[in-house]
Write a protein that binds this ligand. Structure first.
Ligand SMILES: C[S@@+](CC[C@H](N)C(=O)[O-])C[C@H]1O[C@@H](n2cnc3c(N)ncnc32)[C@H](O)[C@@H]1O
Length: 335
């Protein structure tokens, strides 16, 4: 992510987690006005990496308690409201889930009236099942005020060695910004002929000239075993009935880790620590820095010392290279 010169554009980040979206917007030349995150340790992790930013955590980071008027004039509001109400990994209770924060996010958009906003979530949010809810809570309240682009992006198109697709709704107040915006073009080709965990792109295959996205083993520097593939989607260590240090997101995910000969349970805090605990079958035990590589975080990004928390931040985040390419596309739209 080559750092771009300042754009003169500001962004306000809600539900910022550990900063996946924010890393991308920063590298694309945006200046953060403030970041809001309810979990103090997660907000603290962003502050640790960016001490000069205004990061609010705990009660003062709770987006349901803010009055947003002070931020009018902001260029872009970004946010990934919690995905559990929509995620296939969860119960998909949508609007009846108390964690449904889309109405709160929309209220904030209306209060701040940014020139553009980004709403990120799991692709399931765009499924038929939630159409009525999205219409009622986002499309209709913003109708007339924002022009919307709705699409999904695969992380591997931007060089991230993981099967991870996310949905984006981008709203522009001005029609000309909306017209100038084009969703980010892939920077990489998918690495394998039949990547069964990556569904086909919605807009043409990337050109052959693009570099090939690495597989998980290659990106981790593991020896050749005659097989490589994108890592399966890394789940958040903070999601589910108990906090966990496993990054397995389902049966297909477990099969892929097995094919990769990578052990995704008991993820260790450090690479050296992981080596101290050989796996039952000799597979490579993951560590937090390995998961950070598989999510596309910059090499010098620091994570909390508790592995489950670090994995929560990683597994909840927008892959920074995806955020970066999206931010560049928004920057281009502003001209
Ligand atoms: C999907 S994560 C966002 C990840 C982030 N976009 C990134 O790229 O790293 C959603 C975040 O919203 C936070 N959250 C949930 N309810 C919140 C609230 N009421 N106020 C602020 N943050 C909240 C969660 O703790 C979680 O970190």
């Amino acid at each position: 992510m080559p750092v771009m010169p300042p754009s003169g554009l500001t962004c306000l980040s809600l539900f910022c987690g550990g900063g996946g979206l924010d890393i991308g917007f920063e590298a694309a030349g945006f200046v953060h006005a403030a970041c809001y995150e309810i979990l103090p340790q997660v907000a603290g992790s962003l502050s640790l990496n960016r001490p000069s930013w205004a990061v609010y955590g705990g009660e003062s980071g709770d987006v349901t308690r803010q009055i947003w008027g002070q931020f009018s004039g902001i260029d872009v509001m970004v946010g990934g409201p919690p995905c559990q109400p929509y995620s296939q990994a969860g119960q998909q209770h949508g609007k009846s889930d108390v964690r449904d924060m889309i109405p709160t996010y929309v209220q904030a958009i209306k209060a701040v009236s940014p020139a553009a906003f980004v709403l990120e979530n799991v692709p399931a949010l765009l499924h038929e099942k939630f159409r009525g809810h999205l219409d009622a809570e986002l499309m209709r309240p913003l109708d007339g005020a924002y022009h919307l682009h709705v699409f999904t992006l695969d992380a591997a198109w931007f060089g991230v060695p993981q099967a991870r697709r996310r949905a984006f709704i981008i709203g522009f107040r001005s029609r000309s910004h909306f017209d100038r915006f084009t969703k980010p073009r892939p920077t990489h080709r998918l690495p394998f002929a039949k990547p069964d965990l990556v569904t086909p792109p919605l807009f043409g295959e990337p050109a052959d000239a693009l570099p090939v996205c690495m597989g998980a083993r290659q990106s981790l520097g593991l020896p050749e075993i005659g097989f490589d593939a994108l890592a399966p989607t890394i789940r958040s260590g903070m999601t589910g009935p108990r906090y966990t240090t496993s990054v397995v997101s389902g049966q297909a995910s477990q099969r892929r880790w097995t094919e990769l000969q990578v052990w995704p349970h008991g993820v260790n805090r450090t690479r050296a620590g992981a080596q101290l605990f050989p796996t039952p079958n000799g597979y490579f035990r993951l560590s937090v820095p390995d998961c950070a590589v598989l999510q596309g975080f910059p090499g010098d990004w620091r994570f909390p010392s508790q592995a489950y928390l670090a994995l929560g931040i990683i597994g909840n985040s927008v892959c920074p290279p995806v955020a970066y390419n999206l931010a560049k596309a928004i920057r281009r739209a502003f001209g």
